[in-house]
Design a binder for this molecule. Structure first.
Ligand code: ADP
Length: 357
């Protein structure tokens, strides 16, 4: 597939792209979502239409970008990848939209971080495949945009509309029909008007250990390494239900195996490597430990506010909320109450600490 990767996105590394499944059949897990998308994509193709806009939400590393690439692949179109914060001006959005070909997928990661002005512009693009630009603004668009916008204005249908007071003239640009795929870790931060414009809204869940084992199997094949079945399962159990983490840990375990001259990756080597990386048997790392032990030791088990906790752990509040807490909640190690975070009995047991009451 001809992938036009515009961006900047740190997690789009070459190495990662070789691990990305390219079709629904290769994509492991997220069964219901995948089967529904298969129907929506198939039906859109039968009608010769573009797929409705899609919003994916869920913690990082669960396969939102990968699924978007698969959608483009299965639709037989191209994908352009960008992020909410990198679309700084309306002009950036215009440049992106006018560079699409009919049916293309525009993937916007972290779509909850779009600026309000850019978001407004997106509404009519999503609904009617057109955007209106106030003439005054055109002069403020940056140079790159000008280069892209003016030819686009010639190619596409462009109307000049005169507003009521004759000063608010705007041009209307018709866009090729496209599918917007938005991804976010924070569904709650998406405005209602934006969310309403997505025809398909889907949550990605943490993967089961067996699914992660299959992903690790595939990864070990890509890297031409043989790995014991038990080793795969051990790694899967400690990967926080997240394919990106499974792949990352696999690479480190492979380092240990190769460094010590192992022919195959054994369970013992895997456990040794993970212990050295300070990943415990639940997949919790240093930050999780600081977080949980912080609640237990410093705040007597909670409730404690996120701000105080973030200061004690030395991490951004947002990172704790988006990356760490969802897994701790899912594992039943913490609870979120209106008065703050609480460590559960399970958390105490995990650290062999007796709760004092
Ligand atoms: P997100 O966009 O949700 O942060 P990505 O789509 O970038 O996550 O996925 C992270 C990595 O995990 C990718 O390199 C991809 O290879 C792998 N991955 C994600 N989901 C799957 C899956 N279902 N099957 C196989 N590999 C996956």
């Amino acid at each position: 597939m001809d992938r036009d990767i515009l961006d900047t996105n740190e997690h789009i590394e070459d190495e990662e792209s070789s691990l990305r499944p390219a079709s629904f059949d290769e994509y492991v897990g997220q069964h219901d979502l995948k089967e529904n998308l298969r129907v929506f994509v198939g039906a859109a193709k039968m009608r010769d239409e573009t797929l409705d806009h899609v919003l994916f939400y869920g913690p990082p590393g669960l396969g939102k970008t990968t699924m978007s690439m698969i959608i483009a692949n299965e639709m037989g179109t191209h994908i352009k990848i960008t992020t909410g914060p990198s679309i700084e001006k309306t002009g950036d959005l215009v440049a992106l939209l006018t560079s699409l070909e009919p049916g293309d997928v525009l993937f916007i990661d972290e779509i909850h971080r779009l600026s309000p002005v850019v978001e407004e512009y997106l509404y009519s693009a999503m609904e009617d495949y057109r955007i209106d630009i106030i003439i005054d603004e055109i002069h403020r668009l940056n140079k790159v945009v000008e280069e892209i916008l003016y030819p686009a204005m010639e190619d596409f249908c462009v109307d000049v509309m005169i507003g009521k007071d004759a000063t608010t003239r705007s041009v209307r640009i018709d866009l090729p029909p496209f599918t917007l795929v938005g991804a976010t870790t924070r569904a709650g931060d998406i405005s209602a008007p934006l969310r309403d414009r997505f025809g398909i809204v889907a949550k990605l869940d943490y993967y089961k250990d067996e699914e992660l084992r299959d992903i690790i199997s595939r990864t070990s094949k890509v890297y031409c390494m043989t790995m014991e079945e038990e080793a795969k399962m051990e790694l899967a159990r400690r990967s926080r239900g997240t394919p990106r983490i499974a792949n990352r840990l696999f690479r480190r375990v492979r380092d240990f195996a190769q460094f010590y001259g192992d022919e195959i990756i054994t369970k013992d080597r895997t456990m040794q490597a993970l212990d050295r990386l300070k990943v415990d048997n639940l997949g919790l790392d240093d930050v999780d430990h600081k977080y949980l032990l912080g609640i237990i030791n410093r705040f007597q088990g909670g409730p404690v506010g996120l701000e105080a906790l973030a200061a004690s752990v030395g991490e951004e509040r947002m990172t704790l909320e988006d990356v760490y807490e969802p897994y701790l909640l899912q594992k039943g190690l913490i609870k979120r109450t209106s008065r703050g975070r609480i460590a559960t009995d399970l958390a105490y047991r995990h650290f062999h600490i007796t709760r004092e009451n």
